[in-house]
Design a protein around this ligand. Structure first.
Ligand code: MN
Ligand code: MN
Length: 464
């Protein structure tokens, strides 16, 4: 057998668990061989990482590729989406696959395997979205978990899009998941509250983007999170609230956990950098996502919760739609496809807005973009850490470089950019994926289709 290619990353500032120190990292083939002062080690390739941060490849556990939604389809597919991911230091993604009602659950995985073939640049996994909880579908949950999809998402809203799942059915699904060693992910916004506020907003003559925030108040999130807490308590199963946007919801989750209820949450990049003021702009539809952006006081509390552990991690909720599709919402906010492209920006934005501004420690940054998603979503110890033996998914990051985000400087496939003109400190220099130099400055050197399917298995002993 041929000797694996070795690469020595020399003298970088390595973040490994709670430690930040100058070390060398030796890549052997697809894995990390050693971390330490390895000056004597001979390697096929040597890279000087002086003054650069050496971080584990980021994991984005919440993205929507090829997503058919609100009369359109997302512009990120397995190629364009993973290309943007790679430039954003993201070496593993977990995509959502919506069950077509009546179809077997395993189809959600098969469809994505087909979509990813010859396309994916980085490693990828799948969450299934259940839209039909008939008894025979529930029987399949264990099968799906065994196929490497231990996480199932349900929506508590989007009734008109055929996605909503009633609370009593959530309970049945979670029971099955618990038996199979899985976790239920929930889009927590209460549909009744949303319907009531949508009518009120439209009746009062508000059609512009800000109406989106008015029609989806925090009350909807809070009520849905309360139901989720109850369901987790009744079933003893694990619930994970996706895209938490309100501080009061965060407090409810913290209180529930203190009582031993197994519930936790992520937030998303956009809630940490934008407020609902963006929706008041003329081009406010660029920031229509659900739950909606909220106010500054709320945002400050999310940052606090993220640093101190009330929120486990940050995902992008990448849902990239074309400008043409977004324009469906210009006259009526509720016709705008909900979503923001964010797969490429998460790591640099969190570094710049979090670490540089003193709201997030460097080690916590690595936790919330890599270690926690790996632990909670069944990718550890292979992913999410620079420990020897892990996949050599590595980001070299210049902590001082200053640049401005725009459609031109990013690689996302959207023809507009919600992060246009956002000033950033810190830049990705190189990205390795399983030992291969994937991103080198402005160039992507990876071959389409090199990304591998991530067969996931949860370890429920990992906590928030
Ligand atoms: Mn959602
Ligand atoms: Mn989403």
């Amino acid at each position: 057998m041929a000797k694996p290619v070795t690469t020595l990353i020399k003298g970088g500032i390595v973040v490994l668990g709670p430690a930040v120190s100058v070390q060398d990292v030796l890549i052997e083939g697809e894995r990390i061989g050693a971390v330490g002062r390895l000056s004597g080690a001979a390697a096929d390739v040597e890279i000087d990482a002086t003054d650069l941060l050496v971080l584990p490849g980021a994991i984005d556990a919440h993205v929507h590729f090829d997503d058919v939604f609100m009369g359109t389809v997302s512009v990120h597919n397995y190629y364009t989406g993973t290309l943007a991911a790679a430039f954003g230091g993201v070496t593993s993604v977990i995509d959502f696959s919506n069950q077509i009602p009546g179809e077997p659950l395993i189809k959600t995985l098969e469809v994505k395997k087909e979509a990813a073939r010859d396309q994916a640049l980085v490693d990828w996994g799948v969450h299934a979205v259940i839209t039909d909880a008939a008894a025979e579908i529930l029987e399949e949950i264990a099968l799906l978990v065994d196929a490497g999809v231990p996480t199932i998402k349900c929506y508590m809203t989007y009734k008109q899009d055929g996605l909503m799942m009633e609370a009593d059915k959530l309970r049945h699904i979670l029971r099955r998941l618990r038996e199979a060693g899985g976790m239920l992910l929930v889009h927590a916004e209460d549909d009744e509250v949303l319907q009531e506020h949508l009518s009120k907003t439209i009746e009062s003559g508000i059609f512009a983007a800000i109406g989106h925030a008015r029609s989806r108040p925090a009350e909807a999130e809070i009520r849905a999170i309360r139901s989720c807490i109850k369901i987790a308590e009744q079933t003893d199963g694990r619930v994970f609230i996706v895209h938490l946007a309100c501080a009061e919801g965060m407090d409810l989750i913290t209180a529930a956990r203190a009582k031993g209820i197994d519930i936790m949450a992520e937030t998303c990049t956009h809630y940490l950098v934008f407020t609902e003021d963006m929706l008041k702009r003329e081009d406010g539809i660029k920031w229509i996502c659900s739950p909606p952006l909220r106010d500054k006081a709320n945002q400050d509390r999310l940052w606090g919760g993220l640093q101190f552990g009330a929120i486990s991690m940050v995902s992008s909720d990448d849902a990239a739609y074309s400008w043409e599709a977004k324009l469906m919402g210009r006259e009526r906010f509720d016709r705008c496809p909900n979503g923001i492209a964010g797969i490429e920006v998460r790591l640099p934005v969190l570094y710049s807005e979090g670490v540089v501004k003193g709201r997030l420690s460097l080690t916590r940054l690595v936790e919330v973009v890599a270690a926690k998603p790996a632990n909670l979503f069944g990718l550890a110890p292979r992913k999410g850490s620079l420990a020897p033996g892990a996949d050599a998914d590595i980001v070299l990051f210049d902590p001082h470089a200053k640049w401005t985000m725009s459609r031109k400087t990013l690689h996302q496939a959207c023809d507009y950019c919600s992060y246009e003109d956002v000033e950033i400190t810190g830049k990705i220099v190189k990205v390795f994926s399983r030992g291969e130099l994937l991103i080198d400055g402005d160039r992507c050197r990876g071959q389409k289709g090199r990304g591998q399917y991530l067969h996931r298995k949860l370890d429920l002993s990992f906590g928030p």
